[in-house]
Design a protein. Structure first.
Length: 463
């Protein structure tokens, strides 16, 4: 199945974007209906079928439209596995450790260390070994078999797992506030806070009433022509002041998501055009041919390292998470935007140098005699940007959003980044039309990708 590099990049961006957007819906599904155990079963099953479909689509059995259709189905199924496992694996594992009640046990510590080392070592070994296998269907069949084995091992202990019943999603509160305020849209605004409903005895963490977003105050407004007891029975018609204020705090974070949209456009470069650049550069290191996925591992290492640095910086500032009076200013967000500008500038410089070599030596269809390590700075910067932004956004949400809703807001941020990743497709298409097709050709060697990096720079500067 041969695609133009812009079409291939679009497929990857849609896959990454959908995987990011789906996290929020899956978290709601886990909290409200199925729980972490069944979500892990679903995600493992999705991975098994997804990689199996990929293996079949890459085999000689299929060709033409059937091959392409099964390929897209495989990506869709794998995306379900990705956001299902990322949501439930950590929480489910933590529940099992807490149930044992022996966190100080050396055996438990050894298991924890081995598990975390394995999370890094196994992808590293796979990134080195799997690209050495020539038939593509075998490359996909190996992870499919591993997922089937993992599912059997996981299900073998199903009877001994601690399973918590879903306790309901805190997002339901937000939906109830909107529904209750909409049901009273014909009523006027409440004149004072005495007309608003609150239960001081049921929640020690009550929030005081504020005058912002007064349209939502209708959700807590007590109607005079109906008995209070009758109104209290319908929670979709009458909400507490605390619930209304929690919803307001969620809405107040919405303007911050504009930075997530622009950041998503930059994040989309790592798995698409950066890899396409690497695919046309010399990847040898002495006598060893480096697998290109190693660049993604460098980026992931930079992401994890930058997150740890942000945590250390927050501790050094002496921020006390228990104190409501301290403000966690999201300094990391503007820092990540500045680093994004540097990342795109470096990528544009490297691409200009690569295209100059292509032009002077007439290497349109050949590997460019430039080391793939020229791309290492932009990959490290991209990973650092991701880690700093994620950590800074999470710290900011701890201060502004109730604890039970902060996880959903983090996932919403991931979803908005996913929209940004997919919007890069429309941006590339629009730029291609305006430039008359001169910027983007069938291959990256014929294209002028430096202009797109400069376009991303302009978007970051205007953010």
């Amino acid at each position: 199945m041969k695609l133009k590099f812009t079409d291939a990049a679009a497929v990857v961006n849609v896959f990454a974007g959908v995987s990011a957007i789906g996290h929020l819906g899956m978290q709601f599904l886990v909290d409200a209906f199925i729980g972490h155990f069944w979500m892990l079963c679903l995600s493992t099953l999705a991975f098994s079928f997804g990689f199996g479909f990929l293996a079949i689509s890459a085999s000689p059995i299929l060709s033409g439209g059937g091959q392409k259709g099964l390929f897209y189905v495989a990506l869709t199924v794998i995306s379900v596995g990705i956001f299902g496992r990322s949501i439930s694996l950590g929480a489910f594992t933590e529940n099992q450790i807490e149930d044992v009640g022996n966190k100080g046990n050396p055996a438990m510590l050894v298991s924890f260390v081995i598990g975390n080392v394995g999370n890094f070592v196994f992808p590293l070994l796979a990134a080195i070994a799997i690209p050495q296998i020539n038939p593509w269907f075998v490359r996909f069949a190996i992870p499919a078999g591993c997922e089937v084995l993992a599912m059997l091992i996981f299900l073998s202990g199903a009877c001994s797992y601690k399973r918590e019943k879903p306790g309901g999603s805190p997002m339901t509160t937000v939906f109830r506030v909107f529904a209750a305020s909409a049901s009273k849209i014909s009523c006027g605004y409440p004149n004072n806070s005495t007309q608003l409903y609150e239960q001081s005895e049921c929640d020690p963490d009550m929030k005081p009433h504020t005058t912002s977003l007064r349209c939502l105050d209708r959700a807590a407004m007590i109607l005079q022509h109906e008995p209070l007891e009758q109104q209290r029975k319908n929670r979709w018609r009458l909400c507490r002041v605390t619930e209304v204020e929690q919803t307001k705090s969620v809405i107040h974070t919405v303007p911050l998501f504009t930075t997530s949209l622009i950041s998503g456009i930059v994040f989309s470069l790592g798995n698409t055009f950066f890899l396409e650049q690497a695919n046309h550069l010399d990847s040898t290191f002495g006598s060893w041919n480096l697998p290109l996925p190693l660049l993604l591992l460098f980026s992931e290492a930079a992401r994890l390292g930058s997150r740890e640095l942000c945590v250390m910086a927050a501790k050094r500032q002496g921020i006390n998470p228990e104190s409501p009076k301290q403000t966690k200013t999201p300094y990391g967000i503007p820092v990540s935007i500045i680093l994004s500008i540097f990342c795109c500038a470096i990528a544009a410089h490297v691409e200009s140098r690569r295209l100059k070599v292509v032009t002077t030596q007439d290497l349109v269809h050949e590997t460019v005699p430039m080391s793939v390590f020229w791309l290492l700075p932009q990959y490290i910067l991209l990973g650092s940007i991701t880690g700093i932004y994620e950590n800074s956004f999470a710290l900011y949400l701890e201060e502004t959003v109730p604890e039970e809703l902060s996880q959903y807001m983090v996932l919403l941020n991931v979803g908005v980044c996913g929209v940004g990743i997919m919007s890069n497709i429309a941006l590339v298409s629009a730029v291609g039309r305006v430039s008359g097709g001169k910027w983007f050709q069938d291959t990256i060697n014929k294209s002028r990708w430096t202009m797109c990096h400069k376009k991303n720079n302009a978007a970051q500067e205007n953010d």
